[in-house]
Design a protein around this ligand. Sequence first.
Ligand SMILES: [Zn+2]
Length: 251
Amino acid sequence: MPLTEPMKPTPNSPPELAPLLVFGAHPDDIEFGCGGVVAGETRAGRAAHLVLCSRGEAATQGTPAERTAEAQQAAALLGATLEFIELDGDARLEVRSAHAIKLAGVIRRARPGIVLAPSLVDNQHPDHGRLGQLVRDATRLARYGGVAELREWPAHSIGQLFYYAVTLEAEPAGITPVLLDVSAPEILAAWTAAMEAHVSQNRGRNYVELQLTRARLHGMRAGVGHAIPLFPNDPLVLGSFAQAGRGARRF
Ligand SMILES: [Zn+2]
């Protein structure tokens, strides 16, 4: 399989349907952390591209080849395209400017409206928080015209950066989340199937049930079936209260 697969060009996408770009440190992180959001967006007509920064080669369960195949199947179930990029490898990721520049190149190619990355919480797999930092830096570098390594592609400003939590423990305590309602049956089914595609990881623990239960709890907070929390890196800007939706409290 080629290391990078080309993105479908989407230069004329309306801004509200600009592609979704999601970064994961390991082959299952995106599905477990925010797969329902990806499934919901692709079913609403938005292109989604997943970028994985290792093949899970340090894992106890599953070979890199198995993990790669599972990730490809999961991405297809979510309706997303997938590419792998080489950084330092599983359990070896370091925060370095060269990596942030490389990820900025991915952002310039994909030209996303929304970018999702693992949360910055420290007490989780060290690759998760480090990748979150790298993606945060990359979103900034992607719009800087003078970075020599990036001149191949035009500069790009994303609309929003959100963090997802791969596990409950990775949900940042100090950021009020945005709750994405994923309770539509077809979205929930696609998300569940994409998580189940990671057969090697589900051998050790019932991660699917764990994530569905977490989403059920967030859903109950908001009066919907299941919801996935995303944590904005910056204050969200609204044009008017018409875009504000409603709060989870339900008053
Ligand atoms: Zn992971």
